[in-house]
Ligand binder design. Structure first.
Ligand SMILES: Nc1nc2c(ncn2[C@@H]2O[C@H](COP(=O)(O)OP(=O)(O)OP(=O)(O)O)[C@@H](O)[C@H]2O)c(=O)[nH]1
Ligand SMILES: [Mg+2]
Length: 430
């Protein structure tokens, strides 16, 4: 380190010195020193590859899959959805794409059955839950002791392409409800889908109607960066919001060229012709100019808000009641003590309730026992009385038997006497 410092000249000649002393200046061919830093970043990014997560929210058959395939010049195999799903679901597709040396891991999440439900809340809640679940997964990864961010697939949604039906009328209540419930969680870019089905005049009126409705409903859509001139210039097309897009993966012949477009009886719509639709503006804005900003906004704004809300809900705070900073450990200790006290309180309450229940049960059992005892005593008395009564009757019967036997014996004697007398009479008559 010390040696290197020696090499740096103590006095760097300025233009005046050069002119005065006639110093010969050499212009360097390559890049040296920290001037090379951006190249290191570029090389590292190319080596690591990029990732981008898109959420497509729109009614069934509105053109979500076609637009994504047109944007990324690919063909993500996707079956058409039915209009008869009982609730809204999400279809998640991940693919690795490559353009020259640049690798892109693309995750596309599309709604299924959106707009076909009677219950509006049931339509947007799965979308809200999905966005939150990805934030939660990232937060959990962040809170792990052994983190593996290099292998971790960050699925947080970087942008939500919201497909508006080309009715030419106004936004539907479901559009407003959905955008309102996700605008603080994700970068929303509104699109008018199938813009070829709406006339030029109607389209302009429809666009300004949509923007007015978004403003009057206080819905936050993605704000294009305005910190440097180049980006501002590149984003100048954002005045055309919402983008009126047309998708097609079919190639049609225009003159001698093959272009992507849609063939109609009255002519050809070229997807990449800026006079026909805003597809190119959307692609430039999404992929060429603002992809990194969308990712930054997701991480530094939307995820930060989620993390802040979540940690506050868990009881964490940066400053105490006296406005003094509090450490994470202090809060953890305090929370643990609070939890311990609460457990103790609940245990005490449970014990008390248990004792009360036991006492109540004991009293009931004692009453039942007493009742049974009384019943037993009563039966016992009744039985003794019965025994005495029966004993008396038995004695009476025995006396009657004795009397009967005596009477019987006496009558037998009389009968025997009579028989003897009759025999004597008979003998005498003979
Ligand atoms: N006119 C017109 N038709 C389009 C456009 N984009 C797609 N389509 C057609 O609309 C139909 C549905 O397109 P998809 O891309 O499958 O729509 P989706 O929203 O993915 O449909 P699900 O996944 O089934 O909900 C297809 O026949 C497409 O050719 C467009 O910009 N203009
Ligand atoms: Mg589809």
């Amino acid at each position: 380190m010390a040696e290197k410092t020696k090499c740096i000249p103590s006095h760097i000649p300025n233009d005046e010195d050069i002119q005065k002393e006639n110093i010969r200046c050499l212009t360097t061919i390559g890049h040296f020193g920290f001037e090379c830093l951006p190249y290191q970043l570029v090389n590292r990014s190319i080596h690591q590859g990029f990732s981008f997560n898109i959420l497509c929210v729109g009614e069934t058959g509105i053109g979500k899959s076609t637009l994504i395939n047109t944007l990324f010049n690919t063909n993500l195999k996707d079956k058409k959805s039915s209009h008869f799903y009982s609730n809204v679901g999400l279809k998640i597709q991940t693919c690795e794409l490559q353009e020259s040396k640049v690798q892109l891991k693309l995750t596309v999440v599309k709604t299924v059955g959106y707009g076909d439900q009677i219950n509006k809340e049931a339509s947007y809640q799965p979308v809200v839950d999905y966005i939150d679940a990805q934030f939660e997964a990232f937060l959990q990864e962040e809170l792990r002791i052994k983190r593996s961010f290099f292998e971790y697939h960050d699925t947080r949604v970087h942008v939500c392409l919201y497909f508006i039906s080309p009715t030419g009328h106004s936004l539907k209540s479901l559009d407003l409800l959905t955008m309102k419930s996700i605008d603080s969680k994700v970068n929303i870019i509104p699109l008018i889908a199938k813009a070829d089905t709406i006339s030029k005049n109607d389209l302009q009126k429809f666009k300004s109607k949509i923007m007015n409705e978004l403003i009057s409903n206080n819905i936050q859509i993605y704000q294009f960066p305005s910190d440097d001139e180049t980006t501002v210039q590149a984003n100048s097309s954002t005045g055309v919001l919402p983008f009126a897009v047309v998708g097609s993966i079919d190639e049609v012949k225009v003159g001698k060229r093959m272009v992507r477009g849609r063939h109609y009886p009255w002519g050809i719509l070229q997807v990449e012709n800026e006079n026909h639709c805003d597809f190119v503006k959307l692609r430039d804005m999404l992929l060429c100019t603002n992809m990194e900003d969308l990712k930054d906004q997701t991480h530094f704004y939307h995820y930060e808000c989620y993390r802040c809300r979540k940690l506050q809900k868990m009881g964490f705070t940066d400053v105490g009641p006296d406005n003094q900073p509090v450490s994470f450990q202090e809060i953890y200790e305090a929370k643990r003590q609070e939890f311990y006290d609460q457990c103790q309180r609940e245990e005490k309450q449970l014990k008390h309730r248990f004792m009360q229940r036991v006492k109540e049960k004991e009293t009931t059992l004692k009453d039942a026992e007493k009742e049974l005892q009384d019943k037993f005593e009563h039966l016992k008395r009744f039985q003794q009385e019965e025994i005495i009564k029966l004993e008396g009757e038995r004695r009476k019967l025995e006396e009657e038997i004795i009397d009967f036997c005596k009477t019987k014996a006496a009558s037998e004697n009389v009968q025997a006497q009579l028989c003897a007398n009759m025999r004597k009479d008979k003998e005498r008559k003979k």
